[in-house]
Design a protein. Structure first.
Length: 265
């Protein structure tokens, strides 16, 4: 990189860092957010429509109804709490929706705009309302903690420093945002291609998800029990949820510790 360009790039990165910090709800962690909620929402909704246009909606009405009622209950509890604790702004750009799709895959995901998809296969493990709430809470947590935006922001900041300033700043910004989004959430018609979040994001989503379960009146101890059950049953089946949510005894121990030290919400 030539010197003037390097200076511009570093200055741009530093400016972005200075002006684009967010704070994660519940954990208070500071994070880099370079993209607007509206940009992320538009890309999420586009990706969601593409996915749903090829997915088969489950015909299991009972399970679909259960999923929706658990999701609605958790969203109501979360919104009431956040609005009364001055955290309502973190709900901006989120419009929750829950879908159960026909597939044996053990999987579930949430797009950054709050669209949560469960595959029928994961209900083999999430076979009680508390277990469903574990998956739901964890996925909701990724959305309210803006992990998608943060991951894209980190990648974009790295590429600025790595001499790609012109791709990020200026006319190509739109397509770069799309490319960064696709990198993490390029699900399109093919499910299970989502990039796993970092360990830090996974631990944080476990913790916040457990708080959301608590707010909605679910048994928080179901969270470590669910991950233990997933790990015990992982051999022999293709477990896509575990491939995007790598779990191990350390993660389960961290979750148990978070439950032990959970503040009164
Ligand atoms: Zn996760």
């Amino acid at each position: 990189m030539k010197k003037p360009l390097r200076i511009i790039a570093v200055t741009a990165a530093a400016t972005m860092l200075a002006v684009s910090c967010g704070v994660v709800s519940f954990t208070g962690r500071r994070q880099l957010l370079l993209f607007s909620d509206s940009e992320i929402t538009a890309l999420s909704d586009q990706s969601y429509s593409e996915f749903m246009s090829t997915a088969k909606i489950s015909r299991d009405m009972e399970a679909t109804q259960m999923l929706n009622s658990i999701g609605d209950k958790m969203v109501s509890a979360l919104e009431a709490y956040m609005n009364s604790h001055k955290m309502g702004s973190a709900l901006k750009g989120l419009s929750w929706e829950f879908q159960l799709v026909e597939s044996d895959q053990v999987n579930a995901f949430c797009l950054p705009s709050g669209k949560i998809v469960f595959y029928e296969g994961i209900l083999k493990y999430a076979d009680t309302p508390d277990y469903i709430a574990v998956v739901m809470g964890h996925e909701m947590a990724h959305a309210i903690a803006r992990h998608g935006n943060e991951r894209m922001s980190q990648q974009s900041a790295m590429s600025i420093i790595g001499n790609a300033a012109s791709e990020i700043i200026g006319s190509k910004k739109g397509s770069t945002v799309q490319a960064l989004f696709d990198l993490g959430f390029g699900i399109g018609s093919q499910a299970g291609l989502l990039l796993p979040y970092s360990r830090k994001h996974e631990y944080e989503a476990d913790k916040i998800g457990m708080y959301i379960m608590d707010l909605a009146g679910y048994d928080v101890n179901a969270a470590p029990a669910f991950w233990e059950k997933m790990l015990a049953g992982k051999s022999g089946s293709t477990n896509d949820f575990l491939s995007t949510h790598p779990s191990d005894s350390k993660r389960i121990a961290a979750l148990k510790e978070a439950i032990r030290t959970k503040p009164e919400l």
